[in-house]
Design a binder for this molecule. Structure first.
Ligand code: AMP
Length: 583
């Protein structure tokens, strides 16, 4: 039998189905060095995510395994082995190298979930670049903010997505090349200006590439994430994050070679790269990638047709499936499923119970965020799920609950959710914003921005955000970003944005707007503002509701008091209003 580095792994100490005792033992005897040793590292020295996810399998004689099963939104089907992924990503590494990419240069990808997105992603990593995937539903403003802030030199996109952002391209001075992927000739128009054809570049490129010798500390991926103030910040991750992505794929998502795995997240968000690329492929599984959006019947058919064993999704999707009822699952056989997990928002206990009824198994919630790069705490396969809890920390990870002075508190007391720094997939900076990065570390802890509690058995329970950041359908939205877009409309004087609780999406974005003199608060203006924000941002980020108000509550220093807007919206006590500016 072929040597398989994953199956023979020393980390299998924790077994396929670790019991509570195994978990306790693993916590005590755990060493990240064991996991570092499980990876191959680059043949010439150094560490590169693309090598660990793809080339390693080919080097070990497993290149003929299917890495990707792809279904397009128009029903197209494609399949790629690890050898084919290696060949495509090698070619793309040659393409970007020829375009002048140097180690550390930023390349952004603005594409739907087509196979070429994945080839390009790994090609950039192989060439030593930093790759930034962008959610394809974004409007022009978020794309501009990210391209400008990162100083990206190459953008990879499709004809229709390029058209959507044409007006902001002149605002991006660092951008030197635009590579156009015309998947299946979906948009058969000639290329514009200096745009480059992906297909032509790829067929001219050599099929073999020697990976640039990146070290574990070199930057590899950046994902923009929202905070309370300012525009989204680029959380930068290093190649060594792959160590934890690999381990959590195995331990928290129960991946094994031969498994068919489906992650429903888009690579524009961190779950779509850490668990839609790196964890599954470092673990040698076959990954289903579906380009289309959520449709209950289609999703159930995909599970049955591709015999999905492991399914990683999000609470909003689960609530939407629950709402769709039993009709769409009629005649579908779910017996291939072995493990279901979810992330991004709190998973209601009803979701766990629904999973048991419909699929015969509970749904395993786990917790992490863009900055942590990988799963930090989880409900594991072997342990009893505590419905409503995010589970227990991964061995090798220390999480705690702190009071407002950053001192640890005991069990069952709510406080700030914090992590001891130094985990392998820890972000290493916010791009060009070291002050913001440093502000997240206090008294030897990384402050996550969430509030939670830990019970006496070490399970963590999410309470909410500690700041004004909105979580809508698992996507974090910074109120400032939405307010900035709204006040660009000529009728808007001021805007304040909050998250309003919603039974499906957890929160929806709600805006309060005061108008400039001469503008009337009409239903037509409200509809126009919603359209305006959707076009600039995306429907995922734009407000779902807008209320007109004569003025917004502000502190004496002029800061909009979103907390007060929210309290008034929800009919809650207004709390301390001593800093409120009187009208
Ligand atoms: P992001 O950085 O966009 O991936 O969002 C991370 C945030 O989503 C976390 O800081 C939490 O606020 C929220 N989140 C992620 N997973 C969970 C979970 N299992 N339960 C509750 N909230 C979660």
């Amino acid at each position: 039998m072929q040597y398989d580095p994953i199956e023979k792994s020393a980390v299998s100490k924790l077994k396929v189905k670790p019991g509570l005792a195994d978990y306790e033992r693993a916590r005590k005897s755990f060493s990240w060095w064991d996991v570092y040793r499980e990876l191959d590292w680059l043949p010439g020295g150094g560490l590169n995510k693309a090598y660990e996810a793809i080339d390693r399998h080919v080097a070990h004689g497993n290149g003929s395994r299917v890495a990707m099963i792809w279904e397009g939104k128009n029903g197209e089907q494609e399949q790629y082995t690890y050898t084919q992924l290696k060949e495509r990503s090698d070619r793309f590494a040659n393409v970007v190298t020829k375009l002048g990419l140097k180690k550390g240069d930023r390349v952004f990808i603005f594409l739907d979930r087509v196979p070429e997105l994945y080839f390009a992603f790994f090609g950039v990593l192989k060439a030593g670049g930093i790759v930034g995937p962008l959610f394809s539903a974004f409007g022009p403003d978020p794309v501009r903010d990210r391209l400008v802030d990162s100083g990206a030199t190459i953008l990879i996109t499709s004809p229709d997505l390029k058209r959507k952002i044409t007006r902001i391209l002149p605002d991006c001075p660092d951008l030197q090349h635009i590579v156009i992927i015309n998947k299946g000739n979906r948009d058969p128009k000639p290329l514009e200006g200096n745009d480059l054809s992906y297909e032509k570049l790829m067929s001219a490129a050599a099929a073999d590439f020697k990976i640039v010798n990146t070290s574990q500390y070199d930057y590899s991926i950046m994902h923009y994430t929202s905070g309370t103030t300012g525009k989204p910040k680029g959380a930068v991750h290093r190649h060594q994050a792959v160590v934890q992505q690999y381990l959590t794929g195995k331990w928290a998502l129960d991946m094994h070679p031969g498994d068919i795995y489906w992650c429903t997240a888009d690579p524009g968000w961190v779950t779509g790269t850490s668990y839609g690329m790196l964890a599954p492929w470092t673990n040698g599984v076959t990954q289903l990638i579906y380009e289309g959006g959520l449709s209950a019947r289609k999703w159930y058919q995909l599970i049955e047709k591709h015999q999905v064993n492991i399914w990683y999704t999000a609470p909003t999707a689960i609530r939407m499936l629950m709402r769709a009822g039993d009709e769409p699952m009629k005649g579908i056989n779910f017996s291939s499923l072995r493990f279901i997990a979810s992330v991004g928002e709190p998973l209601n206990p009803e979701g766990v119970i629904w999973g048991k009824r419909v699929f015969g198994m509970g749904i395993h919630d786990n917790w992490w965020q863009t900055e942590t790069g990988a799963i930090m705490c989880a409900n594991y396969q072997s342990m009893e799920i505590r419905p409503g809890s995010m589970g227990r920390p991964l061995p090798g990870i220390e999480m705690g609950i702190l009071d407002d002075k950053y001192n640890p508190v005991g069990p069952d007391i709510r406080g700030l959710l914090a992590v001891r720094p130094g985990w392998p997939s820890q972000f290493h900076n916010y791009w060009r914003n070291a002050d913001m990065y440093n502000s997240r570390f206090k008294k030897g802890w990384y402050i996550t921005g969430d509030r939670a509690a830990m019970d006496k058995d070490g399970y963590f329970w999410f309470e909410g955000r500690a700041d004004d950041v909105i979580n809508t359908a698992g996507h974090l939205v910074g109120p400032f970003e939405v307010e900035s877009a709204l006040i660009e409309h000529p009728a808007v004087a001021e805007a304040g944005v909050i998250g309003k609780p919603d039974p499906i999406a957890m929160e929806v974005v709600k805006a309060f707007v005061s108008l400039k003199p001469g503008h009337e608060p009409t239903p037509e203006l409200r509809a126009e503002l919603m359209r305006f924000a959707r076009q600039k941002l995306s429907s995922a980020v734009a407000p779902r509701e807008i209320d007109f108000v004569p003025s917004l509550p502000k502190t004496r220093s002029g800061k909009i008091m979103r907390r007060l807007l929210k309290a008034r919206e929800l009919g809650l006590p207004e709390g301390d209003t001593s800093t409120l500016e009187e009208d």
